[in-house]
Write a protein that binds this ligand. Structure first.
Ligand SMILES: [Zn+2]
Ligand SMILES: [Zn+2]
Length: 94
């Protein structure tokens, strides 16, 4: 599977992150250290560093419960993995 962001035009291959568990693990790692989270993707799932960085750029700064907000424009009512209706950024709330 893959995700794409209409705002920045990135197309992101997703490998090894199909489950909610793996996504939560990556989200937690990303909020602690983006560099380490990228290394984890490279070592465990064969990502290249560029794709890893792109994923990091789309993960929300905090895991959100209830109301989800776009990290880019602040719009609310965002769905996970779906582009923001305002600015078209892909929002990964992992
Ligand atoms: Zn983007
Ligand atoms: Zn937005």
């Amino acid at each position: 599977m893959s995700l794409s962001c209409a705002r920045c035009g990135h197309h992101i291959p997703v490998r090894g992150l199909e489950t909610a568990e793996a996504r939560a693990q990556l989200g937690g790692a990303a909020r602690e250290s983006r560099v380490r989270a990228i290394q984890w993707l490279v070592a465990n799932h064969g990502y290249d560093i560029t794709d890893g960085k792109v994923i990091m750029n789309h993960i929300t700064g905090e895991a959100m419960s209830g109301e989800r907000q776009c990290y880019k424009c602040g719009s609310t009512d965002i769905e996970d993995g779906v582009p923001c209706p305002q600015c078209r950024s892909l929002v990964l709330d992992w």
